[in-house]
Design a protein around this ligand. Structure first.
Ligand code: KIV
Ligand code: ZN
Length: 524
């Protein structure tokens, strides 16, 4: 049956709504916080990817969250912009205000319904929870016709009570009902049973969209989401690279490619432009400082690499022997030689467009172009991946308080390492001359001199963007301060400069994090 939705109009029965929660559930996990500019940039790239609903944040959590949801609602065109709210009046008013500027908006309100959560987390009797379902959805409907209601810990909720809550939410005007597997406990059979039950038992279920929101604690988030689709769900809640609370959420890229690759088992349609997946994944990694693991499905660097002789032989004869989808279909290009040091701005801009960076403003373009020229002077071959690393590195530094200017080093087996560093802090140039146990240590000591802080270094890792001894290094630095973790990344042909950039990136994120409070009582 064709369903009529306030924001999507008539929806084909096979159409799956992709609800992206990278900026809410994803951003809320340790180390993944983003500042306003980073969220805005991510939101734009998600809109270009084609997500239908973009959950921009949890407005009551902090002023920063509220502002970023509001800015996204003002600026980002295309997706429905959603804001999360618990069931209280303050939460819903704040979410309503934050999403108000959006052309199409949604309030997503939730309350826990499992016996465990009601008793220990909410300390409420089931009847009180049921009453809150009705009042929260009714209030949210005063601000928008598109209201989603979620039963937190839904998969561990007692069946009759879940059906009563869903019925109450539908009666109060919810247009999407989400049944989350909040703690990642379900197996696919549970999902199929729960969604079929709600669909057949709850009056009015045929007039709303059922949604699945699966966490990955047992590594089953994508399988569980597909099982929910099989039982009638038509919205999937997911994140880029599968980021999210604890083990994360269902990965958008895996769901989309499962649907595309297996139309026999997953006969659905969606609006995602799959060739933009890799670009989106890489930008998220650059912004958050968390690379995906090499063997991560779809977006890991080994996802399409064939190492063994037997596999390579098969691939040469017919790629379908070992490849179930093409790398190009998700945005991997063959590593290509791009341009040399004589290439001009226009050619560079064309290249950026081809790589999906058409939205770069003139200033960012100029800075990226200058860095490209420097790189071309130092590196024999400049690959597409070099340009992606360089531009992402630059873009994540826009609007940051501490900026890298220059670094000179003296190191080697016969001298005590020394670093001469120049940084800009709030627009004011500073320099430091420091020594250390190695060049990296000397550089980090110089940063500490210029910007004193108490954060501890928890991780320092180095990888290569492409191949060869002149490849750019990509460094990751993790800092911890008062239990708050942040990761920073930096890329450069000089490994120590990459390390300095990564450290400064992490410090900038820490400065943002110091001003934020944790979202209260939001368990997932
Ligand atoms: O996992 C969960 O239950 C959630 C809800 C707030 C939808 O994230
Ligand atoms: Zn969640």
């Amino acid at each position: 049956m064709t369903l009529n939705h306030p924001n999507f109009g008539k929806i084909d029965p096979k159409r799956v709504i992709v609800f992206d929660t990278t900026l809410r559930d994803g951003e809320q996990s340790p180390g993944f916080s983003m500042n306003l500019d980073e969220k805005l940039r991510m939101a734009e790239i998600l809109a270009e990817l084609g997500v239908d609903v973009l959950e921009a944040g949890f407005p009551i959590a902090s002023t920063g969250d509220y502002e970023s949801v509001r800015r996204i609602a003002q600026a980002v065109k295309g997706p429905v912009i959603a804001g999360l709210a618990r069931s209280g009046r303050e939460d819903i008013l704040r979410a309503a205000e934050a999403v108000a500027p959006a052309e199409r908006r949604r309030i997503h309100t939730f309350i826990s319904t499992s016996p465990l959560h009601m008793k220990y987390k909410l300390r409420l009797e089931p009847e009180a929870v049921l009453a809150l379902v009705t009042t929260s959805v009714t209030l949210a409907r005063d601000f928008t016709d598109d209201v989603e209601w979620s039963a937190e810990d839904g998969t561990r909720t007692e069946a009759d009570f879940l059906c009563r809550c869903v019925e109450a939410a539908i009666k109060a005007g919810a247009t999407t009902i989400n049944i989350p597997d909040t703690v990642g406990y379900a197996v696919p059979e549970d999902m199929a049973r729960i969604f079929s039950m709600v669909k057949t038992r709850v009056p009015g279920a045929e007039n709303i969209i059922l949604s699945a929101h699966c966490h990955n604690d047992l590594g089953l988030a994508v399988a569980n989401t597909l099982a929910a689709l099989g039982a009638g769900a038509r919205q999937v809640e997911c994140t880029i690279n599968g980021i999210g609370e604890r083990a994360g959420n269902a990965a958008l890229e895996e769901l989309v490619m499962a649907i595309r690759t297996r139309p026999d088992a997953a006969p659905y349609t969606h609006n995602i432009e799959s060739t933009r997946i890799l670009r989106t994944s890489k930008l998220l990694a650059a912004i958050t400082g968390f690379d995906v693991q090499p063997n991560k499905a779809i977006v890991g660097r080994n996802a399409f690499a064939h190492e063994s002789g037997i596999h390579q032989d098969g691939m040469l004869k017919n790629a379908a022997t070992y490849e179930i989808m093409t790398p190009e279909s998700v945005g991997w290009n063959k590593t290509v030689l791009v341009m040399g040091k004589h290439s001009g701005r226009a050619a560079f801009r064309d290249k950026l467009n081809a790589l999906g960076y058409g939205e770069l403003g003139d200033n960012a373009l100029q800075v990226a172009f200058q860095r490209f020229k420097d790189l071309a002077d130092r590196k024999k071959i400049v690959y597409d991946d070099d340009i992606v690393a360089l531009v992402d590195d630059e873009v994540t530094r826009d609007h940051q308080r501490i900026k890298f200017i220059s670094l000179e080093l003296w190191a080697g087996s016969k001298t005590q390492p020394r670093a001469l560093l120049e940084l800009e802090v709030d627009g004011v140039p500073h320099s430091a001359d420091a020594r250390g146990d190695g060049p990296v240590d000397a550089t980090f000591n110089a940063i500490l001199q210029i910007f004193p802080h108490t954060a501890e270094l928890r991780l320092f890792s180095v990888g290569a963007v492409t191949e060869g001894t002149d490849a750019q290094a990509r460094c990751t630095v993790r800092l911890e301060e008062d239990g708050k973790l942040v990761d920073g990344q930096g890329a450069d042909t000089d490994t120590i400069v990459a390390a300095a950039r990564a450290y400064i990136h992490a410090l900038n994120k820490l400065i943002v994090k110091r001003t934020r409070q944790a979202p209260a009582a939001l368990s997932a």
